[in-house]
Design a protein around this ligand. Structure first.
Ligand code: NDP
Ligand code: 8X3
Length: 256
């Protein structure tokens, strides 16, 4: 028997898309498990959302497997059988060419975007299966998982992993009633570019200048839509970009 208020478990709820998902799901009456490394942000978000929906916050670094195990195993009973997992926590580091990239940055992206995501998924899967029909894993992928670009190297590859993992996961869990979606946004205003550029706000400002990018709330509304579809419907992959973002033609290198 399900509780009347469904629970969504969100990784990376302290900023950007994850924070917007928390707001959108709360407004729709969902209970929340909010995770991220910055506790003060989690507390502020919980405070802002008030007591209209049940909220559990957990400081969590998803590169720390033991911490994930602890976080999942210590979920209070009200929150321990989520209906939806939003694997949102992730980051890009650097945009220079592969040959000058920092290997530590590459490892951190793999540890976060791939290893963290698969760990939390594996640990929560039995609980999503226990929830049953309508349970959903929403993995935040990226257009970068499909479309290569200079400086995309490991970030793009990590999002290609997210896409393929989503498809393969779906093969295994759909018979148990669990849906899986790769929700792949394009350019979205958040702390993403600032993090990528080691805190340099000016690069982020130049990147978004003169555009109308997606807002985190735009992506969150799609996540809520996916979660609230009838249980027999599974959106396999949903790519959403701002209108201003387009493909580029193949770049031809010419002898000079
Ligand atoms: P933000 O930088 O605003 O948010 C990233 C979130 O991930 C933060 O809440 C951060 O929380 C969390 N996070 C990062 N590392 C860890 C970690 N080790 N453990 C736990 N949480 C972590 O960026 P976005 O909101 O834009 O990014 C969210 C997702 O969307 C990412 O997966 C990103 O790849 C993807 N995406 C973003 C796009 C964009 O243009 N912005 C486009 C396509 C996809 P904290 O620092 O508190 O731990
Ligand atoms: C983020 C989108 O195009 O900056 O996933 O890589 S992009």
């Amino acid at each position: 028997m399900h509780e009347t208020t469904p629970i969504v478990f969100i990784t990376g709820a302290t900023s950007g898309i994850g924070e917007a998902c928390a707001e959108a799901f709360a407004a729709a009456g969902w209970g929340l498990v909010l995770t991220g490394r910055r506790r003060e942000r989690l507390e502020a978000l919980q405070h802002r959302l008030g007591s209209t929906v049940p909220t559990h916050i957990a400081e969590l670094d998803i590169t720390d497997r033991q911490a994930i195990e602890q976080s999942v195993s210590s979920l209070p009973p009200r929150f321990d059988t989520p209906k939806v997992l939003i694997n949102n926590a992730g980051l890009a580091l650097g945009k220079g060419p592969a040959q000058s990239a920092d290997l530590d940055d590459w490892h951190r992206m793999i540890d976060t975007n791939i290893k963290g995501l698969v760990s939390i998924t594996r640990l929560l899967l039995p609980r999503l299966i226990a929830y049953g029909a309508g349970a959903t894993v929403i993995n935040i992928g990226s257009i970068a998982g499909h479309t290569p670009y200079p400086g995309g190297h490991v970030y793009g590859a990590s999002k290609a992993f997210v896409e393929q993992f989503s498809y393969n996961l779906r093969c295994d869990v759909s018979a148990a009633g669990v849906r899986v979606t790769d929700l792949a946004p394009g350019m979205t205003v958040s702390e993403f570019t600032q993090v990528r550029m080691q805190g340099d706000r000016s690069v982020a400002e130049r990147y978004y200048a003169g555009t109308q990018p997606l807002m985190p709330a735009d992506v969150a509304s799609q996540a809520l839509h996916i979660a609230e579809l009838p249980p027999h419907m599974n959106i396999t992959r949903l790519e959403v970009t701002p209108l201003c973002q387009q493909w580029a033609p193949f770049n031809i290198l010419r002898e000079t």
